[in-house]
Write a protein that binds this ligand. Sequence first.
Ligand code: ATP
Ligand code: MG
Length: 315
Amino acid sequence: MKKLVSAGEILVEIMAERIGQSFLEPGPLVGPFPSGAPAIFIGQAAALGQPAGLIGAVGKDDFGQLNIDRLHALGADVSAIAVHEGHATGTAFVTYRPDASRHFVFNIRNSAAGLLEMNDAAERLLDGANHVHVMGSSLFSDRATEVALAAIAAVKAKGGTVSFDPNIRREIMQASGMRQALDQVLAETDVFLPSDNELFLFSSAGDEPSAVADLLNRGIPCIVLKKGADGAAYHDRQGTVAMPGFAVEEIDPTGAGDCFGAAFVSFWLRGAAPAEALRVANACGALAVTRKGPIEGIHRLADVEAFIAKAEMLA
Ligand code: ATP
Ligand code: MG
């Protein structure tokens, strides 16, 4: 089976307990939850049985250990997660505003995550990899961007493939060359996984069909648009496959896009038809929102298959 690798931020997420809670005054918090978009992605891919590993950096502290233990338990290759003494693992404090948007306080670049580098362990992991997944949020510094571009170059040199989720988090994406880096990654992308509003950061077309057509014309082989509770749509030069989402009660949307992407890419790497990859991805995205905490929303293949079978029986 093909092995996929991602590189980027590993952190713990600490969440405000109440919607609308402000961080300008004390209030109840829950967590720490292991997190970081590439960590969620790799954890979900591993839980689906896909060989998957993460290039990352944590501090020699409980938050780092929590992440490594969880990823290892999910079956991910953690051999390229560096543990740095004297640096704390990255953190994100999250609160939900009454309009359902999220507000973050991040400490990524100045945490152990900021020490991300292409070291021997990372090179060994890439030696055995066929695919690299890049999260836009992982381009949080020039140094992290260098790692992502080096990983892409390493797999592309041996005929491997690349997927890309812009996962825009403006609070952490302040590297000087950010715009250029996003475009550089897009130019190497085989599977592009934006949420529908992120599409317009990469095309100046005025509506969704024109933006999709524009990107396909510019040589992106396939585009998978994530549409929250409405599901997702796959586009390539042959046409479009749209699929509604599964009906679930949303407890916490964090991580849905990452779990969706991991499932789509894992099944795409297995040669699944777009409709099948979309179905499993929609199921993983839907299941992800039923749990509080990003990595807590990851489900294993057998549970995902049982969820799909039950939903189809009720339909
Ligand atoms: P994030 O970056 O916040 O993780 P995203 O914007 O990248 O998310 P979304 O479109 O929010 O991605 O979610 C990804 C996928 O998860 C959707 O395409 C859908 O399949 C599933 N999903 C998300 N929210 C829901 C929901 N409320 N009900 C059912 N499925 C959902
Ligand atoms: Mg996302």
